[in-house]
Write a protein that binds this ligand. Structure first.
Ligand code: PMP
Length: 445
């Protein structure tokens, strides 16, 4: 039976009068009649205003690593609330959480806190500039580092008339000053050649190379081990700082994030989402000699809400659970079973497919091999995914409607979620096959 969106639709009409597009983030608007409003979450499931239930593979774009409304984390947050909110002074727990982070992510010799991923990356870039005295920086195609001017640039692959030429670099949207473009080098992912070339010629103007170990907003395309290590080696060779943005991968793909998986140590890294199961807190970690520049070295960092008592307490509890329990093994195990199940369904039907990233945040592609970089993905055909995703969501499997976001898994996803997801997936694949075959069949008549 078709699910009702009556209440979400009615709420949209009200919300749009006081909120642009009726939402608080452009990405939450799915259309006037498609935008959903959440009533509540519980474990791996969410419920919308019409009481439709969904198995959630978006998890707020990744943070909810232990499941929605996790009782222990929420109890810890309430306990943190008893301390207060913010004091414009520090509390004891900051050092406790910094020590925990260092235990899990050894590159984070010292830590400073922020409220969001964007803020952490902003501070990391400022630190790199402050330490080196250089304003330039490198970002890699397909990366997402947050919503601040320095990183809101993308290669215009679609608008490129001649694929043999370099695509134009465009801002994400209006309001981003042209001047910013002069400070950045925007280079291909998984290709050390152009990076080496730029560093050889311009290292004296470049503070750091920002790298996402897995393109978490570009289908989970992972950096190959060779590329990740080459970036490390090139940064060291040319005296440029390696800033690893683990906002999505940190405390998710391994306790020590992608740095642990690849055996690579960042100079500076940013951590956020999985760190507090959704409570707003992030961290900038890195080499002691660099982090000491905050304050005495003249680099400014701070903020009214930094290290607020409630998110900090939630972070301590979440990190202890991730460190001391098999939660991440469960996440990985579920991710693997999900991919195996999906693969079985698609293989039986002879549908080419592949997965990218990591099973805890995996991208799904309908071709034999996953794209290796942004340009490859942009030029790929994602019609099947887009159509399939609509059927999945309409039937209670909340994946990302466009193929850019990977499927996130939490420790709360259990066997019943798996069985339900695969049953819905199988049906949705068949409906999608029919739907996409229909126009062709009609055209042939
Ligand atoms: N860096 C990465 C790798 C991210 O995935 C994100 C968010 N998706 C950010 C930075 C920005 O984080 P936030 O949305 O918390 O500002």
């Amino acid at each position: 039976m078709a699910r009702s969106r009556e209440r979400s639709n009615a709420h949209f009409q009200r919300a749009v009068r006081s909120l642009p597009l009726g939402v608080s983030s452009n990405f939450r608007y799915w259309g006037d009649r498609e935008t959903l409003y959440v009533k509540r979450g519980e474990g791996a499931r969410i419920f919308d205003l019409d009481d439709n239930e969904y198995i959630d593979y978006r998890l707020g774009y990744g943070p909810v690593i232990l499941g929605h409304c996790h009782p222990e984390v929420d109890a810890a947050a309430r306990e943190g609330q008893q301390v207060g909110t913010v004091f414009a002074l520090s509390t004891e727990r900051e050092a406790v959480v910094a020590e925990l982070i260092h235990e899990m992510v050894p590159a984070a010799e010292l830590v400073r806190f922020s409220n969001s991923g964007s803020e952490a990356v902003m501070a990391a870039l400022r630190l790199a500039r402050g330490v080196t005295g250089r304003d330039g920086y490198v970002i890699l195609e397909g990366s997402y580092h947050g919503l601040f001017d320095a990183v809101m640039w993308q290669a215009d692959v679609e608008g490129q008339a001649d694929p043999s030429l370099e695509p134009e670099l465009l801002p994400f949207g209006k309001g981003i000053p042209e001047l910013v473009r002069q400070l950045l080098w925007h280079l291909p992912y998984n290709d050390a050649g152009p990076l080496e070339d730029v560093l050889r010629r311009h290292a004296d103007r470049i503070a750091g190379v920002l790298i996402e170990p897995i393109l978490g907003s570009c289908c989970g395309i992972p950096a190959t081990r060779e590329f990740f290590r080459a970036v490390r080696e090139l940064c060291t060779r040319y005296g440029v700082l390696m800033i690893v943005d683990e906002v999505k991968t940190g405390f998710r793909v391994a306790r020590g994030g992608a740095q642990e998986l690849h055996g690579v140590r960042a100079d500076i890294c940013t951590l956020a989402k999985a760190m507090a199961n959704g409570y707003p807190i992030a961290a900038i970690g890195g080499r002691e000699d660099l982090l000491r520049h905050f304050g005495r070295g003249g680099v400014t960092h701070g903020g009214t809400y930094t290290a607020g008592c409630m998110p900090l307490a939630a972070a301590e509890k979440t990190l202890r659970i991730l460190k001391d329990t098999p939660a991440l093994d469960d996440v990985l195990g579920y991710g693997r079973s999900l991919q195996a199940g999906i693969s079985r369904i698609l293989s039986v039907r002879g549908i080419p497919h592949s997965f990218a990233g990591h099973p805890s945040m995996g991208g799904l592609f309908f071709r034999d091999s996953a794209p290796a970089n942004y340009r490859d993905w942009k030029r790929s055909d994602y019609t099947f995914y887009d159509a399939l995703a609509q059927h999945l969501i309409a039937n209670g499997v909340m994946c990302e409607p466009d193929s850019r976001e990977p499927w996130f898994v939490s420790a709360a996803h259990d066997r019943s979620c798996l069985e339900e997801t695969l049953a819905v997936f199988e049906e949705a694949v068949d409906v999608t096959l029919l739907q996409l075959a229909a126009p062709r069949a009609t055209a042939a008549l």
